[in-house]
Design a protein around this ligand. Structure first.
Ligand SMILES: *Cc1c(COP(=O)(O)O)cnc(C)c1O
Length: 396
């Protein structure tokens, strides 16, 4: 039985290998930072594809907060929240997350994936409708698929199509518009003011996953809603603690007290899966404190992103336009993107190529992500190396 399964799966793996689309894991031997050490390579490597937007993953205060929580609370709750699994540090971080999100309340999950898939099926049934952007993150897609509601997908950021799809679900008990704040593969942002207007017109609520927006967008890094000046106008915001907010893991749903009270009763991961580990509740809580106290980190992140984008354009690259900290360069097919990322690694830059099925075939890309703690010298080195490799491979 097992031999037959292995043989069948090996065939699939061989097909991927032949197409040049196999992903390889690199083994990092120290903390995530702008430079890391790698088991496969001698000397430091510059990281340009991490979600560590604010450089907090190995910030001394973030590490210390995690260490202290481990000492004070041990490894974890050994329980789900409602049985005997809520520590006071869970309440602390949920208060901080609600304040950051401009909502009444928040609830943590072990990941944003779990938050999305624990949220959407919990608040919908057959009488409801979900209208979702076609480029939404896989966890929103899976959350919608797991729901019993009618599902409609609108063309990416296309407000006329969203309007039409909302028209088509008229009469549903609850209607939700579901969207990423910052789209992870394109680096563009959802047109929130227009989405809010359509939500009002059709009596819909908005679910916004701001995993790539929190800590990044807006002057204070409060997210895509702050960027547009529409804080307090989004019904439900979900996000991750695994990107700008410390980079460990963990996610949350932020919304009205009623939404959160309801999720505490019925969201399945809340009822059947362990609470966020104490170390992460504390280290991510500290990361939020740093974000609140040091808006200059966000300003520097914005400056670095502008410089990277301008520098790439000056060297003949055509990065996708956008205002987030994600700067994608489309290079063609999957195998070529992987080849270019290998060539960059040989020169000391760690940036993963993305191809099918993460993005459509033919639109494979290198996704550069800025980090607030990159130095000007590191940015210079990155741009020079991109130019060298881009010329070698005929991209520019
Ligand atoms: C990264 C990401 C997630 C997943 O976050 P985890 O906490 O790692 O599960 C969910 N949604 C979006 C939009 C993301 O970018």
């Amino acid at each position: 039985m097992t031999a037959a399964l292995d043989e069948s799966l090996s065939g699939d793996l061989a097909t991927m290998a032949k197409a040049g689309t196999l992903k390889t894991f690199r083994h990092i031997t120290g903390p995530m930072d702008t430079e890391v050490t790698m088991a496969e390579k001698s000397g430091p490597v510059l990281v340009l594809s991490s979600n560590n937007y604010l450089g907090l993953a190995d910030h001394p205060d973030v590490i210390e907060a995690g260490r202290k929580a481990l000492k004070d609370y041990g490894a974890g709750t050994a329980s789900v929240r409602f049985i005997c699994g809520t520590f006071s540090i869970h309440e602390d971080i949920e208060t901080s997350l609600a304040r950051l999100s401009h909502t009444e309340a928040a609830l943590t999950y072990v990941s944003c994936w779990t938050a999305n898939t624990g949220l959407i099926p919990a608040i919908t049934n057959e009488s409801d409708a979900l209208v979702s952007d076609e480029l939404n993150h896989a966890s929103l897609i899976d959350g919608c698929r797991a729901a019993k509601a009618k599902r409609h997908v609108y063309k990416h950021a296309d407000m006329a199509d969203l309007d039409a799809k909302l028209d088509a679900v008229k009469g549903a008990r609850r209607i939700f518009i579901v969207t990423d704040g910052v789209f992870s593969m394109e680096g563009d942002i959802a047109p929130l003011p227009d989405i809010i207007a359509l939500a009002k017109k059709h009596g819909a609520s908005i679910i916004l996953d701001d995993s790539h927006g929190t800590g990044v967008m807006g002057t204070h890094g409060r997210g895509t809603a702050e960027h547009f000046g529409v804080e307090g106008q989004i019904d439900i915001i979900t996000g991750t603690l695994g990107k700008a907010l410390g980079g460990a893991a963990g996610g949350y749903v932020a919304g009205s007290k009623t939404v959160i009270d309801y999720l505490m009763q019925v969201s399945r991961p809340q009822l059947f899966s362990n609470a966020l580990p104490a170390t992460i509740a504390a280290s991510a809580g500290k990361a939020i404190d740093i974000l609140n106290n040091e808006p200059q980190r966000v300003a520097r992140l914005h400056e670095i992103t502008r410089n990277l984008r301008a520098g790439l354009k000056a060297r003949g690259f055509k990065p996708l336009e956008g205002e987030s900290a994600i700067v994608p360069i489309i290079v063609g097919d999957t195998a070529f993107a992987i080849k270019m990322s290998q060539a960059l690694l040989a020169e000391g830059i760690f940036i993963t190529g993305f191809g099918y099925p993460v993005v459509p075939e033919g639109a494979a890309r290198l996704r550069i992500q800025a980090c607030a703690t990159l130095t000007d010298a590191q940015i210079d080195f990155a741009l020079k190396t991109f130019e060298k490799v881009g010329k070698q491979l005929g991209v520019i």
